[in-house]
Write a new protein. Sequence first.
Length: 219
Amino acid sequence: MASALNEASDRLIARPSGLAEEVYRRVRADIMSLKIPPDTRVSVDSLARELGVSQTPILREALSMLEANGLVSKRHFAGYATSPRMDRAQLDELFEFRLLIEPHAARKAAEAMAEPDLALLASGEAAPSHDAFADMDTEFHRLIAQGAGNHLIADSLARLHIHVHIFRSCFRSEITEEAVREHTAIIAALQARNGAHAEAAMRRHIERSYGRLRDFIKD
């Protein structure tokens, strides 16, 4: 009983400034880990009790942030629900977009990325756990797009990567290891300031990422 109470209390969120962002982060983690599965109604009352926060305005602000990232949608007379899992056609479109944008961004980043950002990129690759990989990978790709000098691409990719990582929660850990090795090749090309190699390494990484995912998606 005591351990159950301690576990429940660990879920409660304190009330510092930026509380809506903390609620957003907690619910986002639950969605990405499939604790809240795709296409599932999100109970505002249950969230409020579990996290120990008032329903308004904190939860509404957090849910609006989740909606902006495409993780939940507001349904008429039904409240919020998590977004459905992508189908094969949507996955194809997402990776087509990534292949058009990210190799180009990697080439530009090799030429223009600031040294402190490049050092930060490399430091984030230190053997992440499987659970931490989603955030690390999203930040990896965001930093490269930002290093290319295009914040619109960086913001768009960050939203897209969230949906990709929802699928990874059920994959074997070797997939994380494969992706990290591919990241290492990209970082080496960026550190060498070799745009052509960075572009090619990014293209290989995205193609292999697609191959690792597509067999898990039904048509």
